[in-house]
Design a protein around this ligand. Structure first.
Ligand code: S3P
Length: 189
């Protein structure tokens, strides 16, 4: 464990779309007695638009800028679990902010599991649509997931804690995270 994580009480959940960040987050926060925030919700509040609307009307670059500023604003939160978006820490500046201010927990799942979890829920995920905004399906969806995951793994894998959560039930995933977090949250225990 690196000493730089001592005294941090901010936990960032990272991982690909569909990895369970928004599901695990509130339960983990509850188990720790922390508050839960979801950066996607904060971005939508800031823009007063849904994420697909931001992508459609302003483009990905504008979305990434709102995401970057939301991350900046949240970095001094304490006793908090924040679910980041699947792309948040793939910007090296964002990864640095997260590493300096909190403990990163990566919910790692395989491309096959991602595909099975999101193949019928990709319509509200602009990174998984074609140029005209239509959700990708079948082989194209699988290809896009594999491609994005391959590009992103090098960022995700810099997390402090990695949980292989393919076959883990929700309660077990949370237990595993809490167990591993103990060393960071109570370094003297
Ligand atoms: C994105 C993931 C989404 C959301 C946006 C972009 C990405 O969040 O931030 O659609 O680039 O992977 P979830 O990972 O919560 O779905």
């Amino acid at each position: 464990m690196s000493t730089e994580n001592n005294n941090k009480s901010l936990i960032y959940l990272v991982g690909f779309m569909g990895s369970g960040k928004s599901t695990v987050g509130p339960i983990l926060a509850n188990a720790l007695g922390f508050q839960f925030l979801d950066i996607d919700n904060i971005i939508e509040e800031k823009a007063n638009k849904t994420i697909p609307e931001i992508f459609q009307t302003e483009g990905e670059a504008a979305f990434r800028e709102i995401e970057r500023s939301a991350l900046q604003e949240l970095k001094s939160s304490s006793n908090t679990v924040i679910a980041l978006g699947g792309g948040t820490i793939t910007n090296p500046e964002n990864l640095k902010i997260a590493k300096e201010n909190g403990i990163l927990v990566y919910l790692k799942i395989s491309p096959e599991e991602i595909l099975s979890r999101i193949q019928h829920h990709s319509e509200d995920r602009p990174m998984l649509t074609d140029a005209s905004g239509k959700p990708l399906t079948g082989q194209q969806l699988e290809q896009r997931i594999r491609q994005l995951l391959e590009m992103r793994e090098k960022y995700y894998s810099q997390s402090d804690i990695i949980i292989h959560s393919d076959n883990l039930r929700l309660g077990i995933t949370v237990d595993e995270i809490v167990k591993k977090l103990r060393a960071y949250l109570n370094p003297k225990d």
